[in-house]
Structures are given as C-alpha cells and as structure tokens.
Design a protein around this ligand. Structure first.
Ligand code: ATP
Length: 557
C-alpha cells in the first residue's frame, strides 16, 4: 500500500488495556488481560482455539462489555468518538450476496467517508485499495453465498479488509486476516498490513492462528492468550527467548508460532480420576506465571525480565511526522454520523434495490405467479355475473388473497433475515441511522414487491371477467393495500423474532388464524371470538372486493 494518496498519516497514539475481565454466567472468558499497542505497531493476538482472542477484539471494539478493567487511548478512556476511528474486520465475512465487490466498496465509501470528500476522491481510494489488495480481477464479481457462487473465501476476506481500510481507521482490529488464504497470499496480505501500519502510523491488532515464520517475524508485539489468561505480552521477537528462560526451548529452524501453540494448546488426552477429559498444558509453569515479556531491547540488555518491566511499550510516538489528521477534522469527530440522512437514505435505497431485485423478482416466483394466474383464468374464464356464480367469484378472490398473503410474508421475512447481519455490522460501525435503513427498505422494495401482484391481479381480473375498468382499479387498489399490510406485518414479525423459522411460523399462524376467523370460511365462530375478524388482515380486503364485484346483484345482499 504505497500509494501516497491512499491513506493519511494518523496522529501518534497509544492504546492501553489493563486488567480486562469478561465473564458470562458460567465462564470467565478473559482474566485480567493487560497490554498496549502504539501507532505503527502490528500487535498479534495468538492462542489456541477458544482462548478468547475474538472476545478480546470484541471488547476493544466495544461490542462486548467488560466486567472490569480499563481501555484507554493516550490516557483517556476509549469512548464512542475514538471508536468511530476504529475499523473492525470480523472473522465472518458478512456481506449482501447479490452485490458485486465494486458495488459493496462503492456503498461503503459513499456512506462511511464524510460527504465533504468529493466522489472522485472516494472512487480513487477504492481503486487504490483494490489494487493494493490484489482484488482488481474480481471487482465486478458478485459476493455470492451458499446458493450462488461468487468471490472465493480469500477474496471475501480481503474484501472485508478493503471495506474497513476505506474509512482510513486509526486503529484496525482484524479477526483472523489470513484464515482461508494460501501461505503466499497470507504472507503478501500481512506485508501489506504491516506496511500500512508503519507507513501511515496506524495501530493494527490482529488475531492470527498459525502464521508462518515469515509472517511471525513481522509482528511488533505479541499477546498470547490461553483460556482467557495472558501467557505472554511483549515484543514478538523476544518470546522464544522468554520461554527458553522458563525452560521451554524452541529448536532452531522450527516455526516459533507452531512451537508456541504446541506448548500452549491444552492436552485433551489427559483424564482425571473420574475418567473425564482434563484440560492440561504441556507447560512447566502455570499460565498466570508466564505473563509478561521483555518489553524493549534495552530492558533485555539491562537484564530485566517479565516481572521487572511494566506492561507498556516504549515505542516513541513523537518522531512520527503528521501529514494531517486523516479525514476527520475538528468538529467532525463529534458528529454522530459520517454522512447526512439524505446520503444514507439514497445509498441504502440504491443498495437495497440491487440486493432485493434478484430475490423478489426471482424467475421461479414469476413462473409460479404466471402459472397460478393462467390456471385461475382457465378455471374461472369469463365467469357470468349472476347469483349462481357468487361462490365461484368469492373462491377466486379468496384464492388470490391467500396466495399473496403467504407470498408477501415469505419474501419480506427472508429479505429481512438475509440483511440482519449486515445491518448489525454496519450499525456497529456507526454507518447510518436505523430510520434511514427502514425508510429505504420500504421505498426500494415497494415497486419490486408490488410489480408481480399487479400483473397477476390484472391478468386474473380480465381473464375471469370480474367487471369493467372502474372495478379493475378498485380490485387492483385493494390488492395493493392488502400486500402492503402483509409487508408491514412481516416487518413487525422480523423485528420481534430473530429466528427465521420461528418468524415464518408466527406469520403462518397469524395469517391462517385470520383466514379462519375472518368471517367467511367459518361463519359461526364462538361468540367470544367474533371480534377477531375485525383485526384480521383478510377481512377488509375480502369484504371490500366482494362488495364491489357483487354491487350489481342486489339479491345477494
Ligand atoms: N456468550 C458466550 N457464552 C459462553 N461462552 C462463550 C460466549 N462467547 C464465547 N464463549 C466462549 O469463550 C471462549 C473464547 O471464545 P473466543 O471466540 O473469544 O475464542 P477464540 O480464541 O477467538 O477462538 P477461535 O480461535 O476458535 O476463533 C470459547 O470457549 C467460547 O466458547
């Protein structure tokens, strides 16, 4: 990442975390984790699986609250304003699957880089980052998901990093940047991240599983966690020496990362007296007593060991020349959102339309609607307008209402579920207001959601000969209102019920109960349930449509 214009050199800063404790009801996830990272550093967090690495990053990012301990930036507690200058690349790559990589980056740039930055500068920034992360060849590839192929795992990981780099964060947290990458790509990526940290004076904290020796040698500082406890914190290039001083020697030419993980990974073959698996390590020293490391070269020369030196890094920040204070200027840091409500609404509308188009106007759904419309047309073709056909026409209207009730419910619920993770990620990054998202969701999806029902109702109305032109508009209008009611019911269910299967179940029960108690399938419900029909979503559309269709048959009434 050598392009001068790509990032701005950040002000020097020092992040300290001291005695962090995180626990759940049943388990302590982090136990007195302490350390620090200065701008320009690449702090690697290593440890066996389940050691608490992700929990630690979540705490720094403010996504998980800590029971005790402090996190400070240049001595003052890390607050929301500081966290706005923080980028967090999650372990899972959460994206909207139908957007291309370019569209994803474009959206991020437009919504997370302040409005005052010209559009051209934002797009140039995208190209610079894409080039430096080797993503140029897949710029117009859809992100994809388990149903439709798109970016590879490694490309998604780099896309995730690219999105965060766009915002030019001072502190970048990355969970497993190299997972899913081949060793050469992993090495290149780590070189890029290291250069980014040193050239632009950024602080990078990355959890990493099994780095190669070359990658390991790039780390400035190392935090080793085991079962939530610090096994080592200090300069990465002194960890081997430190463990050697404790009697654990790494052979020459052996990957230091492998050596560390081997001695720190619990030996699951050990069983206690009852025969249950016991968690033990092949360490000769309890984890708590391993804590700390040599901090600087001079400490080492002075013969200071882990117990003698405070857990601070002595990298001098004052020698870093500050070009400018990145995109954030005085006053900007206190603003809640990087962009205006209008920009948020416009961009969310754009993204939602792109994501939802393929899902809502799916070929199968169109074929299904065409088939049902054709079948209804054949069955009820030019039904005579007489008392004898009232039941037929009532059946046709009811079939349409039932069909669109379930269709709208499923389409809306699935749309919400697919986006929940992305919205939660965006909102954690402080990207936009929830109101902007909700408004844009409704306005972008409405034309898509209504287009097929409009065509369906048009075909059915004229094929079945339900009336004239005025009746057609009434029929269509009621159909549209019914779809909108179901859409808002689905929105409410989706907000209240996170589990998609449960939300479908709740929606199905509400609609079916509405059909049974709507006052036309069962006309003699128990007295105490008579009121329910007035709150069902099908009672009014059905009654209104039938009233209009049968208005010329006074005998019916
Ligand atoms: N909400 C929770 N309730 C109970 N236990 C939890 C919770 N969240 C995490 N854990 C447990 O805390 C431990 C640390 O989890 P964490 O995800 O931080 O580990 P990790 O070091 O990042 O693991 P990996 O390398 O496999 O990603 C794990 O044993 C996990 O099962």
């Amino acid at each position: 990442m050598s392009s001068r214009e790509m990032e701005n050199v950040s002000k020097s800063s020092k992040l300290d975390f001291k005695d962090l404790v995180v626990s759940t009801k049943s388990k302590v996830l982090l136990k007195n984790v302490s350390g620090s990272a200065s701008s320009g550093d690449l702090l690697a967090v290593m440890g066996p699986t389940g050691a608490g690495k992700t929990t630690f990053l979540n705490v720094l990012a403010g996504r998980v609250s800590h029971d005790s301990g402090t996190i400070t930036l240049n001595g003052s507690p890390l607050n929301k304003t500081h966290r706005r200058r923080l980028g967090y690349v999650l372990q899972n790559d959460i994206f909207l699957s139908n957007l291309t990589l370019w569209e994803t980056l474009y959206f991020t740039a437009m919504i997370r880089i302040p409005d005052k930055v010209p559009k051209q500068e934002k797009t140039e920034k995208i190209y610079t980052i894409v080039n430096s992360l080797g993503l140029k060849k897949c710029l117009h590839t859809p992100i994809g998901d388990i149903f439709s192929r798109g970016l590879s795992g490694g490309e998604k990981k780099r896309a995730n990093i690219a999105c965060e780099l766009l915002t030019d964060p001072d502190l970048l947290l990355i969970d497993e940047p190299t997972s899913g990458l081949d060793s050469s790509t992993a090495h290149t990526l780590m070189v890029q991240l290291k250069n980014y940290a040193t050239e632009y004076n950024k602080t990078i904290v990355a959890t990493i599983h099994q780095p190669s020796s070359q990658v390991f040698n790039m780390f400035s500082t190392l935090l080793l966690l085991v079962d939530g406890e610090v096994a080592y914190f200090g300069l990465a290039n002194m960890v081997i020496e430190h463990f050697a001083s404790l009697g654990m020697t790494c052979s020459q030419h052996y990957n230091p990362a492998d050596f560390l993980l081997e001695i720190l990974t619990p030996d699951l073959n050990t069983r206690d007296n009852e025969g249950d698996i016991k968690k033990t390590h092949s360490l000769q020293v309890p984890i708590g007593q391993l804590n700390g490391g040599f901090v600087t070269e001079s400490d080492k020369e002075e013969g200071k060991g882990p117990a003698d030196v405070p857990l601070t890094l002595v990298r001098s920040c004052s020698d870093v020349k500050i070009v400018n204070d990145s995109y954030i200027v005085e006053g900007e840091t206190t603003r809640r959102w990087p962009t205006s409500l209008w920009t948020q609404f416009k961009m969310l509308n754009w993204r939602s339309y792109k994501q939802s188009k393929g899902r809502i106007l799916h070929t199968f759904d169109i074929i299904q609607a065409a088939f049902i419309a054709a079948f209804s047309g054949i069955l009820f073709f030019q039904t005579e307008n007489s008392v004898n056909t009232v039941r037929d026409r009532s059946g046709l209207v009811m079939t349409s209402l039932i069909y669109w009730s379930f269709q709208m419910l499923i389409t809306t619920l699935l749309g919400f579920t697919g986006e929940r993770g992305v919205v939660s990620k965006d909102r954690s990054a402080g990207a936009y207001r929830l109101s902007a998202y909700y408004l844009s969701k409704i306005t972008s999806e409405m034309p898509l959601l209504l287009s097929v029902p409009v065509l369906y109702n048009t075909a059915v109305y004229w094929l079945a000969g339900l009336g004239g032109v005025d009746g057609y508009f009434v029929y269509l209008g009621i159909g549209i209102l019914h779809c909108l009611m179901i859409q808002s019911l689905a929105h409410n269910i989706a907000v209240l019920v996170k589990d998609v299967r449960l939300s479908m179940m709740v929606g199905n029960v509400i609609i079916l109960a509405g059909l049974m108690l709507g006052g036309f399938l069962n006309i003699n419900p128990p007295d105490w349930l008579l009121w329910v029909k007035y709150v069902t979503l099908v009672h009014y559309p059905y009654s209104a449509t039938m009233t209009y269709i049968l208005k010329d048959l006074p005998d019916v009434w």
